[in-house]
Write a protein that binds this ligand. Structure first.
Ligand SMILES: Nc1nc2c(ncn2[C@@H]2O[C@H](COP(=O)(O)OP(=O)(O)O)[C@@H](O)[C@H]2O)c(=O)[nH]1
Ligand SMILES: [Mg+2]
Length: 358
């Protein structure tokens, strides 16, 4: 007899006769038991650094099935006491700057130092293009094979908030599975940099050297968020320009007010392709951790991030609950029509809809 059949028979023995006459109730009891057993086993495997279990748990977290939400929450709760022990690094930069190449080189550098490295990606556009997932996977060929590395392509989702939340929860799972360094890659679209910034300890901005107009077209906010700017592809004929860019960025960074972390952001050169300047970046990160741990900024930042995510999650949930109500969906369409006909104002319409919800 198969193991599964045997255990399902054993489960049946434990229920009363009246329940046996009700097939659906037996099924629901079995389901409940299965949920419990699975969750506990899954967590224990994750804590034993079992990568397959980790992948399954992340899939659970990413699932849209409401039943899975409860299971996912149970797994996360059990993992939480074992989380919080890694260094979380966010990496951003425009497509083509060399993020994937950098992560592969950097990741391998770290695994050689005996670290276990997990790579997660935030890419809200990947559901549309699908391309970046494949691209990243193939470009990280070596790291994928490394037994001390774990690479998970971007979670899919219809909103950045949804994707971000799943990534945030995946960080907890990776930490429980004993990963020392978690790298979050973002594609530079819209608000994704801000989102990644709100879930990492250290934020690295990759840049390319141009023809002396480096500071043009770069969002001020991103420079402000960066703990270090690395000018990538500082190799071959590009090296001279990269050195000039370094001077220009360093000068620009000095114009920003000092950060509450007491950390002075650095500018450095690297070549992800030729593995140059990679160890310098790791040294910078270690220095950052040392300084911010001593002055308590490190813990304070994580604490603030938790607060931010609490509020963010509530906001997201309230919003989606509101807009998904059939009554609201219908009335929203009506109110939009009324606004178009100049029969109401957006503010009066909002008041009306919000009151309808009460
Ligand atoms: N010369 C040079 N090319 C690089 C370097 N890093 C990445 N590339 C190349 O730049 C292209 C884009 O790299 P990729 O890692 O996919 O960029 P991403 O879109 O930011 O992930 C690829 O063809 C890489 O081989 C580097 O340090 N030097
Ligand atoms: Mg990439």
């Amino acid at each position: 007899m198969s193991k599964q059949k045997k255990s399902s028979l054993q489960e049946k023995k434990g229920v009363s006769i009246s329940e046996i006459t009700n097939r659906s109730s037996i099924k629901s009891i079995q389901n409940k038991r299965k949920v419990k057993i699975d969750t506990v086993a899954l967590v224990s495997s994750i804590l034993k650094k079992d990568i397959t279990a980790l992948s399954r748990a992340i899939t659970l977290v990413e699932s849209k099935n409401p039943k899975h939400k409860e299971q996912a929450n149970n797994v996360l709760k059990a993992c939480l006491p074992h989380a919080n022990k890694s260094i979380r690094i966010g990496i951003t930069g425009v497509p083509g700057v060399g993020k994937s190449t950098f992560i592969e080189t950097f990741g391998k550098h770290l695994t050689k130092l005996g670290k276990r490295v997990a790579v997660l990606a935030i890419d809200p556009s990947s559901t549309i293009t699908k391309g970046s997932i494949l691209g990243d996977k193939t470009r990280m060929e070596d790291l994928v094979k490394d037994k001390n590395a774990f690479i998970r392509p971007s979670a899919s989702g219809d909103s950045l908030g949804g994707v971000a939340r799943k990534t945030r929860e995946s960080i907890i799972l990776c930490e429980a599975a004993g990963f020392d360094v978690i790298i979050i890659e973002t594609v530079g679209v819209g608000q994704s940099e801000t989102t990644v910034h709100s879930m990492v300890d250290f934020f690295l901005l990759l840049k390319l050297a141009g023809a002396g107009d480096e500071l043009q077209g770069i969002k001020r906010g991103i420079i402000e968020m960066a703990d270090t700017i690395a000018i990538n592809k500082a190799d071959g004929g590009n090296l001279k320009n990269a050195k000039l860019a370094k001077v220009e960025f360093a000068r620009a960074l000095h114009l920003y007010p000092e950060k509450s972390s007491n950390w002075q952001p650095k500018v450095t050169l690297c070549s992800a392709l030729h593995s140059e300047g990679i160890n310098t970046i790791w040294d910078i990160i270690l220095e950052y951790i040392e300084i911010t741990s001593k002055n308590n900024f490190f813990d304070k930042k994580r604490h603030n991030q938790n607060k931010f995510w609490l509020i963010q999650t509530i906001e997201d949930q309230l919003k989606s609950d509101f807009f998904n109500k059939p009554k609201i969906k219908k009335e929203l369409a009506n109110q939009i029509q009324l606004i178009e006909n100049n029969q109401t104002t957006p503010f009066a319409a909002a008041d009306y809809l919000l009151n309808l919800n009460n």
